[in-house]
Design a protein around this ligand. Structure first.
Ligand code: TMP
Length: 205
């Protein structure tokens, strides 16, 4: 019963902890699942993440950023995601190509046709069955972040607002695939909403 479920959201939206919670719940019920995240995980992905999130002495143009995220994605899909789906697992992925549309497309302002083409190549054509958006006002999300700031967290509020609006537009354009959740609710409540939708999907399979 393979399913591909992705989590999306801006900085401090709590999507990673909800992705983990969903994975743990599936595990507890002995439902075969895999938790992964973008960028990173593969050896190539880890190298690219270091650059994409932390490069200080290396300029990365918006178009280069678009292609590097998709290079990392192509490797992850081929090496990790597709094999797990082929084994019938539910794959829970923390960020996917909608992050690229939101950050590089809406945030950086790259041409959307270029973003779509790069995402199509990077994803090897794999589309999520469900995408969960944890939505939070930008200032609140950024305030939740502790520690040193990566290249994206250092961007100004206007950038993060474009990302947030971009996500909401994507969700509105494709309501069957997206579940939008107000991230200011309690963690337990959010997990409950997610679980309800996931069980509906599992039953349909
Ligand atoms: P995270 O591991 O905290 O989610 O950080 C990943 C950062 O990379 C986050 O700021 C969003 C950004 N990002 C993009 O800009 N485009 C992408 O395609 C992906 C996957 C992430």
């Amino acid at each position: 019963m393979s399913l591909f479920i992705t989590f999306e959201g801006g900085e401090g939206s709590g999507k990673s902890s909800q992705a983990r919670a969903l994975y743990r719940r599936l595990n507890t019920l002995a439902i075969a699942a895999l938790l992964t995240h973008e960028p990173g995980v593969t050896r190539l992905g880890k190298r690219l993440t270091r650059l994409l999130k932390w490069a200080k002495d290396t300029d990365i143009s918006p178009a280069a950023e678009l292609l590097l995220f998709n290079a990392s994605r192509a490797q992850l899909i081929a090496e990790v995601v597709k094999p797990a789906l082929a084994e019938g697992k539910i794959v829970v992925c923390d960020r996917y190509y909608d992050s690229t549309t939101a950050y590089q497309g809406y945030g950086r302002g790259l041409d959307m046709n270029a973003v779509k083409a790069a995402n199509a190549t990077g994803s090897l054509g794999l589309k999520p069955s469900l995408t969960i958006l944890l939505d939070i006002p930008v200032e609140e999300g950024l305030a939740r972040k502790k520690g040193s700031k990566d290249r994206f967290e250092q961007e100004d509020i206007a950038f993060h607002n474009r990302v947030r609006e971009g996500y909401l537009k994507l969700a509105k354009d494709e309501p069957q695939r997206w579940l939008v959740i107000d991230s200011r609710q309690s963690k337990t409540k959010i997990a409950q909403i997610i679980w309800q939708r996931v069980t509906e999907l599992i039953k349909k399979r």
